[in-house]
Design a protein around this ligand. Structure first.
Ligand SMILES: Cc1cc2nc3c(=O)[nH]c(=O)nc-3n(C[C@H](O)[C@H](O)[C@H](O)COP(=O)(O)O)c2cc1C
Length: 355
């Protein structure tokens, strides 16, 4: 198969691969710039850059400065395409979106919350807006509201299916029947739903599929079904350039299929993670002490929460995986070595070309 380019609004990437934003410091300047240098779109995550024990003002300052610093660093390492990922449940999302645009970021990816105000926050027409969706219903809702309120449509949509890592836009009941919500089922419904908006605005709204995409064969399958590209997370964790600790990466290499589990996140959404010492210990202890002066996630039920998810993810970032949560996609157990981003992309493209 000939390798298609990926056009998202004013951005054209040479290859149809986006490296997904991975929160709490998993995808920062090093990983995102390496992907951008290979012709893909590299995503910096804006999530979890503050200090969980800081006051509101301090947290907001620290996370803003850290994000700006990662954007500047990434830009100094590549001339390729970079995006920044946001979660609607972040208390300071609006501030971070504004700072990213001021730093010249041209693609905003927004998940975990409906991006109803996003066109208002990002009015610069050269900034491309890409909501993450998990169903045709949500795609239709966002596009209808944007059309009515702003006379605008999305520059792209990331359709994240039930096999992805991190927080998931599905209920536990839905996750128990992944076939019923597979990308193969969801994609045609999404393509159908967005058609009237493509016609009205006279442009293609590229749909990028994510979740469980592991090799070039998977990418080809998605492209043949009408996706314009894919977003991948798990494979990029197992690269030298990934910003997270070696211990985090090693947990992927050591994991077995039965270790990849669904957890109830304190955020109120299900998530997918590795069933490691931290999670096993939590099952015994029930609840860990939480110090939370700021409330970095607007939906986090601190009083009821078993643990501080931001702290647990930061611990893993620094390598203290026994006291940390390790988010991972369903296929993490299939990763068996750490490679460079260049090697990974070369492998994916040669597999794609062979299809
Ligand atoms: C460690 C990890 C952290 C993630 N964090 C986020 C996040 O903060 N925000 C988000 O929108 N998606 C997040 N994701 C989802 C990825 O961006 C991507 O869509 C997903 O992992 C794709 O599925 P795959 O891992 O099977 O390739 C995360 C995924 C992983 C593996």
């Amino acid at each position: 198969m000939k390798i298609p380019k990926l056009k998202i609004g004013s951005i054209t990437a040479d290859i149809p691969i986006i490296q997904g934003g991975m929160g709490v410091r998993v995808s920062l300047a090093s990983l995102s710039s390496a992907v951008a240098n290979e012709g893909g779109i590299g995503t910096i995550s804006s999530i979890g850059l503050g200090d969980v024990e800081a006051s509101k003002k301090e947290y907001e300052r620290i996370s803003r400065e850290a994000l700006i610093s990662e954007i500047r660093k990434a830009k100094s390492m590549t001339d390729g395409h970079l995006s920044v990922n946001f979660m609607g449940v972040l208390s300071n999302a609006d501030d971070l979106i504004k700072s990213s645009i001021e730093e010249g970021i041209k693609m905003i990816v927004y998940g975990a919350g409906l991006p109803m105000k996003l066109p208002d926050l990002a009015r610069d027409p050269s900034v491309n807006l890409v909501p993450i969706i998990s169903s045709a219903r949500v795609a239709g809702l966002i596009l209808r509201i944007w059309d009515q309120r702003y006379e605008k449509t999305a520059d792209g949509l990331i359709l994240e299916g039930p096999l992805a890592g991190g927080h998931l836009g599905f209920s536990e009941e839905q996750l128990a029947q992944p076939e019923a919500y597979s990308l193969e089922k969801l994609l045609p419904e999404v393509l159908e739903t967005i058609k009237p908006y493509e016609d009205k605005y006279g442009k293609k709204i590229p749909v990028i599929t994510a979740g469980g995409i592991f090799n070039g064969k998977d990418i080809a399958r998605m492209l043949l079904m009408g996706a314009s590209g894919v977003q991948m997370g798990t494979r990029f964790v197992c690269t030298e350039e990934c910003d997270v600790s070696q211990e985090f990466k090693q947990s992927y290499l050591d994991s077995k299929e039965e270790d990849i589990v669904i957890i109830k996140s304190p955020v109120g959404m299900p998530g997918r993670a590795i069933h490691n010492h931290f999670l096993k210990d939590l099952e015994v202890k029930g609840k860990l002490k939480i110090k939370c002066p700021y409330r970095c996630l607007s939906v986090c039920k601190v009083e009821k929460a078993q643990y501080c998810i931001a702290l647990a993810l930061v611990n893993s970032y620094f390598g203290d995986v026994d006291n940390g949560l390790i988010f991972a996609g369903q296929n993490a157990y299939r990763c068996n070595k750490i490679v460079t981003v260049k090697e990974l992309i070369k492998e994916l493209l040669s597999e794609l070309e062979a299809e």
